[in-house]
Design a protein around this ligand. Structure first.
Ligand code: SF4
Length: 331
């Protein structure tokens, strides 16, 4: 599969002011810190990590919804990090986002029809009549009746509102969609329906996804590859099968241990016996030196707090940043 998107050393720091009236200090919040990432056309890259690890910020950086502090993103052969306003607007048609909170993301005073066709009119893609026809087709694609067009967001359930959010994101026929925790706010029974819908739409429309979630259980069914993020860094990235069967980074192992194990074969392999993650994620205002996970890692060694581990290959498409891998499994 050809590369659709590539991020190199992508960084986002926010300046945070603290202190009293006369002694204000400025500190950098390291939301995303030097991330390298490749997303191939047609795949779904799952991006997981605890709340506050920077995954939503990374998703927004990849489609330049927010500006980067450093690094670059190349999308579909075009470097988008420093595009001017006009060129960025044109590029945005191919890059869309679906938000976690479908109610908060929708304008309560706009009908479903106006909500879904607004991007078409903003980008001047079609005239109003053609836009209405496109809305009819899109409502059908996301499993909503044509009559939904005249109603307002508060008249729908959470799952239906997320279908509206998906329709709005796809109306411009983008190539790449960032799905930012698209099912986290939904009931478990509805989550599967939305994941299945996203899978069907991907096959039908040839979409590429970045699927952001806070646990590995949710991304398991939809992802082609999975990237694990901790405190602004990607610490492990691999094809789905090796990552779930043989996670190498202690943080990935801990995240997997926190996923409920129901299948007997998994219990036999001991996946349920690993200790779950304990302790709070350190603040991104003062990330720990060396390996950022060293304050919580059960395998911590003296080198871990002194030296940041490099990202190393450990298998055909398996990359991990951990000093344990340097010592034992580097290929
Ligand atoms: Fe743990 Fe050290 Fe590996 Fe970090 S580098 S995950 S602290 S063993």
């Amino acid at each position: 599969m050809p590369t659709l998107l590539q991020a190199i050393s992508l960084t986002k720091h926010y300046n945070v002011e603290s202190g009293g009236l006369f002694r204000r200090t400025r500190t950098a919040l390291h939301a995303v810190d030097g991330v390298d990432l490749t997303i191939k056309a047609g795949e779904t890259l799952g991006l997981v990590g605890e709340s506050g690890c920077g995954k939503s910020t990374l998703g927004r950086l990849l489609i330049r919804l927010i500006p980067a502090t450093g690094g670059q993103v190349t999308f579909d052969g075009q470097e988008i990090t420093r595009l001017g306003a006009k060129a960025l607007r044109a590029a945005r048609r191919s890059m869309q986002i679906v938000f976690q909170d479908p109610f908060g993301a929708l304008n309560p005073r706009m009908s479903v029809e106006d909500t879904i066709m607004e991007p078409l009119l903003i980008h001047g893609v079609v005239k109003a009549v053609a836009a209405r026809e496109a809305v009819t087709a899109m409502l059908d694609k996301v499993g909503l009746p044509a009559s939904a067009r005249y109603r307002f967001p508060h008249e729908f359930s959470g799952g239906q509102r997320q279908r509206i959010g998906i329709a709005r994101a796809l109306i411009l026929r983008p190539k790449f969609v960032v799905l930012d925790e698209p099912v986290s706010a939904l009931d478990v029974s509805v989550q599967a329906q939305i994941v299945n819908l996203l899978t069907d739409l991907q096959a039908e429309l040839g979409l590429t996804y970045l699927f952001i979630a806070h646990d590995l259980g949710v991304v398991k069914h939809i992802s082609t590859r999975v990237a694990v993020m901790y405190l602004g860094k990607v610490v492990e990235i691999a094809d789905k099968r090796p990552l779930y069967a043989r996670p190498l980074h202690p943080y990935t192992q801990a995240l997997l241990a926190s996923v409920p194990v129901t299948h007997p074969s998994q219990r036999k392999r001991g996946l349920a016996r690993k200790p779950p993650l304990t302790g709070d994620i350190p603040t991104a205002l003062a990330p720990p030196p060396g390996c950022r996970f060293h304050t919580r890692c059960p395998h911590v060694m003296p080198i871990c707090s002194a030296q940041e581990p490099a990202v190393r290959r450990s298998g055909p498409a398996h990359f991990v940043a951990c000093h344990l891998i340097t010592a034992d499994q580097d290929t």
